[in-house]
Design a binder for this molecule. Structure first.
Ligand SMILES: Cc1cc2nc3c(=O)[nH]c(=O)nc-3n(C[C@H](O)[C@H](O)[C@H](O)COP(=O)(O)OP(=O)(O)OC[C@H]3O[C@@H](n4cnc5c(N)ncnc54)[C@H](O)[C@@H]3O)c2cc1C
Length: 389
C-alpha cells in the first residue's frame, strides 16, 4: 500500500471481504456460538468453516502460501467473526499473534517451514510470553533455554496460552542469558509434538470459553538450534514488536463483540413494547443506542487507522507512532466494548441477564479484551511513555 493511500479508507475489496466474512460467520459460526460458550468446547466447526473460506490466517504472505491480505483486511475478518462468536475470532487473531514473531525476525527457513502449514489450515500457531509470576512484567520470566551443541534445551511454565493444546506451533520466549534482563531473552519455535511439551488443564474462565487457555509446560524440551527466532537476546524486542501489530487485532475483536451487542440491542428495542409503545420510542433508550454506536465508530476509525500503519510498518516503512496507536486503539476499543455490551444487557432488561439472549455472553467475552495482550493500565503506561520520551 503506497504512503499516499488515504489513511482511513477501507477499499471496495475490504468491504467485499467484510460481506463475505459476515455471511460465512452468520451461516456457519453464529448458530454454534451459544453452545460453544455453554460447553467450553473448541469451535472446530468455526475452524473448518474459516479454513474452507481461507479466512483462518489471511495475513500470511503469498510468498509463504498465504492469502497475503493486509492488516486492515485481517482486522475486518476478526471483527466480523467476533461479531457473532468471540471464541472463534481467536482463531485468525492468535494465528497472527503466533506467526508475527517469525514474520518479523525469523530466518527464511523458519518462515518457509512454519508459515505454509498455517496458511494451508493444517496447523495453528500460539504465542507464549506470560508466566505464572510474570504477566505485566513479562521480562521477569523464568523459563530457561540453554544451548547444548546443536540444540537448545527449554525448561519452564508458560501461563494463559490461548489455543494451547490445539495449536501445533508455539512462539516461546525464554531466558538465554540470566541477569541480562530483557536483553537476555530469546524467542523460539516449539512444536506441540516436541518431547517434553505438555499442557495444563483448561482454565475455567468468565468468557471466551470456547478458546482453550492452558499452561504450556516445557520439561527438557530439546529443539534444533535453528528454531531460534532471530538473533540470541532479541526475543523480548520481537515479542514487543509483535504486540505493536497484534494489539490492533484485539481492538478488532472488541469492536466485533461491541457491534454484535449493539445490533442485537437495536433489534430488541424496536420489538419490545412497554407503556403501550416500542421502548425504542423513549428518548432515554435512543440516547443509549446513539452513545453505543458513537463509541464503536470512534474506536473503529482509530483501529483501522492503526491497521494501515501496521501494514506500512510490515512493509518496511518507519512508523514512529505505531506503538502509540496500537495501544490506543486496543485500549479505546476494549473499554468501548465493555461499556457497549453492559449497556446492551441493560437495554434488554431482565432478558438481557439470561443466557436466552447473546448479549450476556458478549458482556462476559468483552472483559478479556481489557486484560490480554497487556492490561489497559499497561496500555496507558505504554502510551504515556511514548508521549513523554
Ligand atoms: C484468557 C486469557 C488468554 C491469554 N492469552 C495469552 C497468550 O496467548 N499468550 C500470552 O503470553 N499471554 C496470554 N494471556 C496473559 C495476559 O496477557 C496477562 O494475563 C496480562 O498481561 C496480565 O498479566 P497478569 O495476569 O499476570 O496480571 P498482573 O500483571 O499481575 O496484573 C494485575 C493487575 O495489576 C495491574 N498492574 C500491573 N502492573 C502495573 C503497573 N505497572 N501499573 C499499573 N497497574 C499495573 C494490572 O493492570 C492488573 O490490573 C492471556 C490471559 C488470559 C486471561
Amino acid at each position: 500500500m503506497s504512503s499516499d493511500f488515504p489513511a482511513y479508507a477501507p477499499s471496495e475489496e475490504h468491504e467485499l471481504l467484510r460481506q463475505t466474512v459476515r455471511e460465512l460467520a452468520e451461516a456457519k459460526i453464529a448458530p454454534h456460538a451459544a453452545e460453544v460458550d455453554e460447553t467450553g468446547e473448541f469451535p472446530q466447526n468455526a475452524l473448518d468453516a474459516l479454513v474452507a473460506g481461507d479466512l483462518h490466517a489471511v495475513h500470511v504472505p503469498e510468498s509463504y502460501g498465504g492469502a497475503g491480505a493486509d492488516a486492515l483486511a485481517t482486522v475486518i475478518v476478526i471483527e466480523e467473526v467476533a461479531r457473532v462468536c468471540a471464541s472463534s475470532s481467536l482463531i485468525p487473531a492468535v494465528n497472527k499473534l503466533g506467526t508475527v514473531p517469525v514474520l518479523l525476525s525469523g530466518s527464511e527457513e523458519l518462515k518457509k517451514k512454519y508459515l505454509a502449514p498455517v496458511a494451508r489450515g493444517e496447523a495453528m500457531f500460539s504465542y507464549a510470553l506470560s508466566e505464572p509470576e510474570a504477566g505485566s512484567d513479562a521480562a521477569s520470566m523464568k523459563t530457561r533455554a540453554v544451548r547444548d551443541g546443536d540444540h537448545w534445551v527449554l525448561n519452564g511454565v508458560k501461563m494463559w496460552i490461548t489455543n494451547a493444546g490445539v495449536s501445533e506451533y508455539y512462539t516461546v520466549m525464554a531466558v538465554t542469558e540470566p541477569g541480562a534482563g530483557a536483553r537476555g531473552i530469546s524467542a523460539f519455535v516449539v512444536e506441540k509434538s516436541d518431547p517434553g511439551v505438555s499442557f495444563g488443564p483448561k482454565e475455567r474462565k468468565l468468557g471466551i470459553k470456547g478458546s482453550p487457555t492452558r499452561q504450556v509446560i516445557l520439561e527438557d524440551v530439546r529443539i534444533p538450534a535453528d528454531r531460534i527466532i532471530g538473533a540470541e537476546g532479541t526475543g523480548f524486542k520481537t515479542a514487543l514488536a509483535t504486540l505493536d501489530h497484534t494489539r490492533i487485532t484485539i481492538a478488532a475483536q472488541a469492536l466485533g463483540i461491541a457491534q454484535g451487542a449493539l445490533d442485537h440491542a437495536v433489534g430488541y428495542v424496536k420489538e419490545r413494547r412497554q407503556f403501550g409503545k416500542s421502548i425504542a420510542d423513549f428518548q432515554g433508550v435512543q440516547f443509549m443506542i446513539a452513545d453505543m454506536a458513537m463509541k464503536i465508530e470512534a474506536a473503529r476509525q482509530l483501529t483501522y487507522h492503526a491497521a494501515i500503519k501496521s501494514e506500512r510498518a510490515m512493509n518496511g516503512e518507519k512508523v514512529p507512532d505505531l506503538t502509540f496507536v496500537s495501544s490506543a486503539c486496543k485500549c479505546l476499543a476494549s473499554d468501548a466494548a465493555m461499556e457497549v455490551t453492559t449497556d446492551a444487557v441493560q437495554l434488554l432488561g431482565g432478558y438481557g441477564y439470561t443466557r436466552d439472549f447473546p448479549v450476556e455472553r458478549m458482556m462476559r467475552d468483552a472483559k478479556i479484551t481489557q486484560i490480554y495482550e497487556g492490561t489497559n493500565q499497561i496500555q496507558r503506561m505504554v502510551m504515556a511513555r511514548q508521549l513523554l520520551k
